[in-house]
Design a protein around this ligand. Structure first.
Ligand code: SF4
Ligand code: ZN
Length: 334
């Protein structure tokens, strides 16, 4: 098959939802165009604005970091060590190797050594699922670390498949709070930095193709905590629909963003105050992260799931590490 764009070279990848097939050069151009389009259409960040890129060592986040650097953005990587035996160490090494190769800056934080909240141990000592503790901790650290280093925007590697699967799960349960917050951009507000998803127009297999073509060495294994996650089942169902009817995932997600998402946006004022311990914005006396730390510090009592929250978290989507955060979604962050 010939490339449908340049019509000269042999195609290396078919993108059926676009009714197209691309040679290597045209695929890379297509990939960059889709990212540039997402950034411009949703005014994710300005050309001169430094961006913090949440990286896990997986294909999505490293592809995102690479394409942003390639497009000329000032993109700094941010890696969070999750304390997952056999997984966290090699994933950090991939990020460090990428940063060294590209001459890019990488900020590293470790949940276990810095906060006593390694995900595997925290899950064992609390009533939370690993993905719940992980999602809560990541949201917290994205905000805190970005602010500490002077960033106003954090970019995550959520792709089209992640977003469609999350949407599917939220629709099945009519999680209206989450639906209202599922968007390519979550605006900066009340002490929360802006969060953006520049890859939402590109499918998972395109991430892998991009990494191979660009020589990006990523961690292939999924996070071991993702086993049995409902999001994987939802992805599987959507993949079956996509195989029969190419473009299903895209029209499901894009149609929602265009026609339905604004209907679910909540405009009620929520009173936020600084957390009594760390100063991050929260609706309660202590933020959910500090409550989790306190919970872990008192391992003997049987603990609940952190109490009810007044609103959905600012990001009701799977974390970029594996795109496999368990659904129902992570426990609400204040
Ligand atoms: Fe965190 Fe994702 Fe692993 Fe769950 S599957 S523990 S959300 S990295
Ligand atoms: Zn706090």
């Amino acid at each position: 098959m010939r490339c449908t764009k340049c019509r000269g070279q042999e195609a290396c990848l078919e993108v059926r939802r676009h009714n197209a097939a691309f040679c290597e050069a045209c695929f890379l151009e297509f990939f960059r165009d889709q990212v540039a389009r997402a950034i411009e259409r949703h005014k994710m960040f300005r050309r001169d604005e430094p961006v913090l890129v949440a990286v896990s060592g997986g294909k999505d986040s490293l592809a995102l970091w690479d394409v942003l650097l390639d497009l000329g953005y000032d993109a700094t990587g941010f890696y969070i060590g999750l304390g997952i035996p056999g997984y966290s160490e090699p994933s950090r090494e991939k990020c460090e190797a990428f940063a060294a190769q590209r001459g890019a800056r990488l900020i590293v934080t470790d949940l276990e050594s810095e906060y006593g909240l390694g995900i595997a141990a925290t899950a064992q000592r609390t009533m939370r699922t690993p993905c719940s503790a992980c999602g809560l901790s990541k949201r917290y650290l994205f905000n805190k670390v970005a602010q500490e280093h002077g960033f106003r925007v954090v970019a995550t590697g959520h792709n089209l498949d992640d977003e469609a699967a999350t949407l599917f799960g939220n629709v099945l349960r009519w999680q209206t709070g989450y639906l209202g917050r599922q968007a390519p951009v979550l605006a900066e507000e009340d002490g929360f930095i802006r969060k953006v998803k520049p890859l939402y127009r590109l499918a998972e297999r395109e991430m892998a193709a991009y990494c191979v073509l660009r020589g990006i060495d990523y961690i292939v294994d999924e996070c071991p905590m993702s086993k049995g996650a409902k999001s994987l089942l939802f992805k599987d169902v959507l993949n079956q629909l996509e195989a029969v009817s190419p473009g299903t995932k895209q029209s499901f997600l894009f149609g929602f963003l265009e026609k339905a998402q604004p209907l679910f946006e909540e405009h009620e004022e929520v009173e936020l105050r600084p957390c009594g311990q760390c100063g991050q914005p929260t609706t309660a006396e202590l933020c959910a992260f500090c409550r989790l730390r306190a919970e872990v510090a008192q391992p003997k009592r049987r603990r609940g799931r952190g109490g009810k929250a007044a609103r959905a978290p600012r990001d009701g989507t799977p974390e970029p590490a594996t795109a496999a955060s368990a659904l129902p979604l992570v426990s609400p962050e204040s």
